[in-house]
Structures are given as structure tokens and as C-alpha cells.
Ligand binder design. Sequence first.
Ligand SMILES: Cc1ncc(COP(=O)(O)O)c(C=O)c1O
Length: 313
Amino acid sequence: MPAIAYVNGQFVDFAEAVVPAEDRGHLFGDGVYEVVRVYGGRPFLLPWHLERLGQSLAAVDIVNPHSEHEWVALIGEAVRRSQEAEATVYWQVTRGAGPRSHAFPAGAPHVTLIVRPFTPSPASQATAVLLPDERWSHVWVKTLNLLPNVIAKETARRAGAEEALFVRAGVLTEGSSSNAWFVRDGTLFTHPADRHILAGVTRRFVLHLAQQAGIPVCERPVGVAELSFMDEVFFTGTTVEVLPVTRILADPDALFWQAAALPADRPATLVRDLSRARVLWERTGAAVSGVAEQLQKMFTQAVERFRNYEDVL
Ligand SMILES: Cc1ncc(COP(=O)(O)O)c(C=O)c1O
């Protein structure tokens, strides 16, 4: 079955799915979004995604066009029409369309929703590169403005890595599309869910799994200087689930990762050349089959229970 699209109140043929040229999502990135993973035909942790959508909409003062019940029905209907058991549902709510003018227009928000079949990446480990967290100061809002994230991911890809690990004022915040976790002596560390990270739904679920497993958790900012003391690093996210990191690269000339503020220089391109990047952190053999793998396994088992209509919380 091809991907499914829903635009402004109607399911449409995917190839015919178009948004108005003056949609504010298109003009300004004036909107917010969510992505949910579908396992066995069922959207995983959907109530938590809807809760965060409500927070994002409230943050940017867009009226939530649907009740939770309506969202659940709409997403369920989209998945049903797609006939996909393994998929992602992406949906966004923009401030609607209107003549291009910065101040908010009158009018209703626009909803666009896409269901696509999803095949997980075969890679069960990742390499990361350190990059400056040059995003705006409200990254906790899941807005459509992802240019810094997109540039960071592409920079990582060109350096042969799967993910960028952001550093803000000497602190490791999160990945370009994932949350970051660190393990030292069996204790989990992750940045608190404040304004400097997106409070991942997977992060929330992994906190729950850690509690179930009796793994101690410390939600506090981790400094780059602490990295050398960490036994394990991993990322979490809706599509990557739990992804252990084997090495972290950094450009030894780019001092952003120690600096308290971003350098004032204007690079010619934001897609940095990382050909001089060196290994800053590497996982040693002793840590293999550690906490990351334990949580990865617990996550997979929870998904299996979910596929079988069992409770996961
Ligand atoms: C910047 C950022 N952090 C964290 C995440 C992980 O969030 P979730 O677990 O809800 O997918 C994402 C997911 O897109 C993200 O873009």
C-alpha cells in the first residue's frame, strides 16, 4: 500500500497531497509536529505524543484543532487506511494560511498527516559527532523549524557518523533528532527535560523502563569534560528506539565544546568540514552488554507486549 496523506480534513491520494503556497508552515515554519511509531498496526505511546503536541501548540499559541479523542480516531483511521503494520505517522499543525505577514492571521490551523511504511535501520550502534547547539532557546517546543537539526545531521553524515551530539555552553544537551544518555558506574545520566532539550516520548518511556529495572537515574546536565569518565553513551528516539554509541568524534580545532558561549565568527558554511575530527570518546570492550543493551532489550520486549495488546506502562 502506498503512503497515506491527510490534508485539511480529507484523506487524499499521496501524489495529490498539496498544501497552500501561503501556508504559514511553508512560509515561516509556523507550526508544530509529532511523529509516532506504529507497531503491529498500533500507534505506540500515542497519549504521550498528544500530550506533548498540546504543550507545543500552547507554547506557540495555536489552538489545538482536535480533542484527544478526535486525534486518536484520526490517526487510527489513517493507519487503518494505510494497511501498514510497521509505519510512522507524521503530522503537523500550522497556523493556517494567509497573506505573508509576520503577525498571526485570523483563521483556523491546518493539519497535514502522513503515514509511511517504516523499516528500522539495520544498524544497532552509532557513531556521533560533537557539534555546537546553535538552535533557538525553546527547543523543548517541537516546532517545524528544524534547519539547525537538519544541518547538524547532514554534517554528521558527511563525517561518516549517524548522529550529531549537541553541546551548549560546555554541556551535552541532546542529539539532532534524539535524546542523549550517559552511563557511569551503572548510573544513568540524562539532561533534565527543561527548555534546552526536547522532552522525548522515548526518553520518558526509557525512564520508566530504568525505574522498572532498578537502574539509578540522575537527570542533570552532563559536561563535555565528564565524557571521558562515561562508560556508555546512547541515544533514544521514536524511530531509533535505544541506540548505543560506540564512538564520539570532535574537531580538535573547534573550541565551541569547551566555550561558555558560541564563537562570534561567521563560518562560510554551516555544514562544517569535519575532516580533522578525532575520536574524543570510545566505548571500551568492558562496557559491551551494558546498561544501553539492557534497556534496548527491555524496549524490544515492551514493543512485543504492545503488539500482543498487553499493557506496557
Ligand atoms: C531534537 C530531538 N530530541 C529528541 C527527540 C526524541 O523524541 P521522541 O523520543 O519523542 O521521538 C527528537 C525526535 O524527533 C528530536 O527531534
